[in-house]
Design a protein around this ligand. Sequence first.
Ligand SMILES: Nc1nc2c(c(=O)[nH]1)N[C@H]1C(S)=C(S)[C@@H](COP(=O)(O)O)O[C@H]1N2
Ligand SMILES: [Mo]
Length: 161
Amino acid sequence: MKSILPLAAALSLSCSAFALAGAPPALVVTGQIKVSNQTRAGEYHFSKAELERLQQRTIQTKTTWTPKSAFSGPTLSAILRVVGAAGRPVELVTEDQYKVVIPPGDQSRYQPILALRINGRPLEEMGFSPWMMYPLNDFRELQTADIDAKLAWRVKTLVVR
Ligand SMILES: Nc1nc2c(c(=O)[nH]1)N[C@H]1C(S)=C(S)[C@@H](COP(=O)(O)O)O[C@H]1N2
Ligand SMILES: [Mo]
């Protein structure tokens, strides 16, 4: 019993800290960023609400997994502008620790998004949010199986290189 008490105290402390801080971030950005909103420098946490307030884009496309659908969410460029990292390479890290790098050229040419919705419905409901999405239907060169590796879902962290 004696040994459980400090643990219980630590747990209630971390729970109240969690309650104060609110929901966990929808997206964490680290690495070579100029703007931080955390005590810890070099880290920016986006809430879902903040992601929804950024410049949104809708991409009409089919994917390997889905028929032609409307994907919407903030552009990767808009997210990077907030943290002062526009035009830098970015490594996406997903919930399941899958990693892929999105080069700057892709950001300007294709304006990919971190999709939050499919046909207006939250991708979160399906466990796919946010989902890196490119306008596959609009570019011939994106219509190869190679692009699938960039379409990471459940993106948790962006590491700016
Ligand atoms: N979260 C997450 N997204 C991911 C992956 C993954 O492992 N986890 N794999 C990527 C790769 S390498 C490809 S080719 C496609 C298809 O993955 P699948 O074959 O597992 O469907 O999803 C991409 N997105
Ligand atoms: Mo893959």
